[in-house]
Design a protein around this ligand. Structure first.
Ligand SMILES: [Zn+2]
Length: 308
């Protein structure tokens, strides 16, 4: 039987409280054509929601998939900031590294960047700061097409991608902790579930699935960029996972998911102490710009052990 343990919601103060009730539906909605198969393959697991300022996302040996409020906070804040940056600053421009962009002129962009900064600081410093009152927040209004509505959708979609990775651990009968090989297998299994043998890359439905996967897998890269190191202990490096996602399915050059991946990682690199090196000319495809950020981050020193 599938169980949802949502008792933590009773006392949850974070505005992501309103997102949690939709999380289990998101598991189906990422690939709705596979609903019956999902029930058949995974008849038994527990989704446990936790009220925590720490990033907690994983599966226990007794098939409890735990997800904390900070996971949703971080995914929502970054989704909002990335989307506002992409639509207001990036889209339609010929981008080369070190293009001058002002993030302080438009009040919507300013709010988005302030929210982003709050989320990054909370991730990096592991502090317990509450969602800032004066900044955009999830409301989960049905049919909302504003930037907040888009962030709601990105958050649920990315959560679904991450939960499918955890389900894949259950499906592949992994137990007793992570190894790089196990994590690669769970990645591939979950991606194949979501992409479901589709190759109609330009359909809006498949574009969306790739964008949601990019968002889900950008979290680890964001941390690496702000650390100035790439982490690899029990999991493959985050940049390698994202690169593998693109190459595994043969995503064509200039696909929107590559543009989005480049734009969002670029934003974090510019806000870090390791910006992209200066390049005079615009990139000739989104894949080449994406490839450039992957190359750049690949050169970060490797941090083989992470403290959490
Ligand atoms: Zn895993």
């Amino acid at each position: 039987m599938r169980i949802i343990d949502n008792s933590a919601l009773e006392v949850m103060a974070s505005p992501v409280k309103c997102v949690f009730p939709k999380v289990h539906l998101a598991l189906v909605n990422i690939a709705p054509e596979r609903e019956a198969q999902l029930d058949e393959l995974y008849p038994e697991f527990t989704l446990e929601y936790l009220d925590s300022h720490n990033w907690i996302l994983g599966v226990t040996d007794d098939k409890r998939i735990q997800i904390s409020s900070f996971v949703l906070e971080f995914l929502w804040a970054t989704a909002y900031a990335h989307f506002v940056f992409y639509t207001k600053i990036f889209q339609g421009k010929q981008f080369s590294a070190r293009t001058e962009v002002s993030l302080r002129d438009d009040p919507d962009v300013v709010a988005a960047m302030n929210l982003l900064q709050w989320a990054i600081q909370k991730l990096m410093n592991k502090d317990k700061s509450a969602w800032p009152d004066d900044l955009p927040k999830p409301q989960m209004i049905v049919g909302d097409t504003s930037d907040c509505g888009v962030a709601d959708e990105f958050t649920l979609g990315a959560v679904a991608c991450l939960l499918h990775h955890e389900l894949a651990h259950i499906g592949l009968k992994h137990s007793g902790g992570s190894t790089i090989e196990i994590e690669k297998d769970a990645d591939q299994e979950s991606w194949e579930w979501i992409i479901n043998n589709r190759r109609d890359f330009e359909s809006s439905d498949l574009q969306k699935r790739f964008l949601l996967l990019v968002h889900a897998y950008s979290v680890g890269i964001i941390r690496d960029v702000h650390l100035g190191k790439t982490t690899m202990s029990t999991h493959p490096r985050s940049i390698d996972r994202l690169f593998k996602l693109m190459t595994h399915f043969g995503v064509p050059e200039n696909h929107i998911s590559q543009a989005y991946a480049f734009a969002t990682i670029y934003l974090h690199l510019e806000n870090s102490s390791n910006p992209l090196p200066i390049q005079g000319e615009a990139y000739d495809s989104f894949f080449s710009s994406f490839d450039e950020v992957i190359e750049h981050i690949s050169k970060f020193p490797l941090l083989s052990k992470i403290s959490d």
